[in-house]
Design a protein around this ligand. Structure first.
Ligand SMILES: Nc1ncnc2c1ncn2[C@@H]1O[C@H](COP(=O)(O)OP(=O)(O)OP(=O)(O)O)[C@@H](O)[C@H]1O
Ligand SMILES: [Mg+2]
Length: 381
């Protein structure tokens, strides 16, 4: 039979029994705070930890016993000074200061912190801090905001592209007619060749824009394919397009067990071509392009996660939020239109996937692409 737990000491108990009762309460309290999955701290006004739970010790990657006596910001964020936005001193005794945001630079996680001040029996004040990890929610929030922004830019760009598509078609057709009828010795022949070339370049840009803004009837065409073969194929195109022979080493670690996809083959190929093209351009002298695949469970569905990493110039931290925006480019005029990744973003959305980028300046860049293995007719997992 389970032991009966007393909830208050009986009068007339011996000191030994009272001590055992207090020990039991202490054990229950420690077990309870350790069972809480959110990091928890009790602190003095000088930020010195007097109690902490296992979840906090996990963040600090030390044994929970070694937390007492340390300062919370050293343990939590590896800082010498209190975290920016910490409101620990602002809470009045007995009042909870709920839900303010703290960014932990050490593990790059966002936490929602709640602070409450308590008075103990001897009148000393303690501060209780509870942190809830909001990193995933924050990422999702940013992604939704980014998607909305891209959708409105896409609409604008699409409208613009649609309007200039017809006059551009006229310039191209008439310049080609002129070229057919003109004698190549004519002093204006080369000028018309230039006009035709420029009109063709504009046409590619307009087509990319229309593609990006999805004003074309570009409903994804879902077919079954082998993702590993598709990646190898796309790599071949990207290498050809960038005269990429032996300049960069290529490492393929295509380890995903399940790599048969139901997806839009042509458009997914374009995704890989655009990403690999950027990677080659980011490694003008030499470097390594690594592509890995793995399977990840997302609820009851499984996804194919592909990481494409290069050891190139990297992306400035000021630029990283902009790379999926149309016309964002750091390349010289004529070298890039800034549409490659915006098209990638649009396609990835259409096929029910998501894409993320991380980069370290002068070290390299990694694009992480997660796509569903299967789709029903409406394109949903
Ligand atoms: N692998 C990478 N390494 C470094 N920077 C990158 C990488 N991929 C993208 N970028 C940055 O993102 C910008 C936007 O990329 P995107 O592919 O959309 O356009 P682009 O390559 O400049 O032009 P386009 O693809 O239209 O020819 C690039 O100009 C570059 O600054
Ligand atoms: Mg590009």
């Amino acid at each position: 039979m389970a032991a009966k737990i007393k909830i208050k000491p009986n009068s007339g108990e011996s000191p030994k029994e009272t001590l055992a009762f207090v020990e039991e309460l202490k054990r229950q309290w420690v077990e309870t705070i350790d069972a809480i999955p959110d990091p928890f701290l009790m602190l003095t006004d000088d930020y010195i930890i007097t109690k902490a739970n296992v979840a906090m010790a996990d963040i600090a990657q030390v044994n929970v016993k070694n937390l007492v006596g340390k300062r919370c910001f050293e343990i939590f964020a590896g800082r010498d000074t209190p975290c920016d936005n910490c409101k620990m001193r602002d809470a009045k005794a007995g009042k909870t200061l709920p839900g303010y945001e703290i960014h932990n630079e050490r593990n790059d996680h966002w936490y929602e912190a709640a602070t409450r001040r308590l008075k103990n029996v001897s009148g000393h004040e303690r501060v209780v801090q509870i942190y809830r990890d909001r990193t995933d929610a924050k990422k999702l929030q940013n992604q939704v905001a980014q998607n909305e922004k891209l959708a409105s830019i896409g609409q604008l760009a699409g409208g613009f592209a649609h309007e200039i598509n017809n006059p551009l078609g006229g310039i191209l057709v008439f310049s080609q007619m002129l070229l057919r009828e003109m004698n190549p010795d004519n002093q204006h022949y080369q000028d018309v060749v230039e006009i035709e070339g420029a009109a063709k370049r504009c046409k590619t840009i307009v087509e990319n824009l229309l593609d990006y803004s999805r004003q074309r009837p570009l409903k994804p065409k879902f077919e079954s394919c082998d993702a590993h073969a598709l990646i190898a194929n796309a790599l071949k195109y990207a290498k050809l397009a960038h005269n990429q022979n032996d300049r960069c080493d290529i490492e393929l670690r295509l380890d995903a067990e399940k790599h048969t996809l139901t997806t839009d083959i042509n458009r997914l190929t374009q995704v890989f071509v655009n990403i690999c093209a950027n990677a080659f351009q980011a490694m003008p002298d030499d470097g390594v392009l690594t592509i890995t695949t793995s399977n990840v469970k997302a609820g009851k569905f499984e996804r194919l996660v592909t990481k494409i990493s290069d050891t190139g110039v990297g992306i400035d931290s000021d630029h990283i939020d902009k790379v999926f925006e149309p016309f964002f480019t750091t390349k010289q005029p004529g070298q890039g239109t800034g549409l490659g990744l915006s098209i990638v973003h649009g396609i990835v959305q259409d096929i029910g996937g998501n894409i993320d980028v991380s980069s370290i300046k002068n070290k390299g860049t990694t694009f992480t692409l997660s796509i569903p293995l299967t789709h029903n007719k409406s394109g949903k997992e």
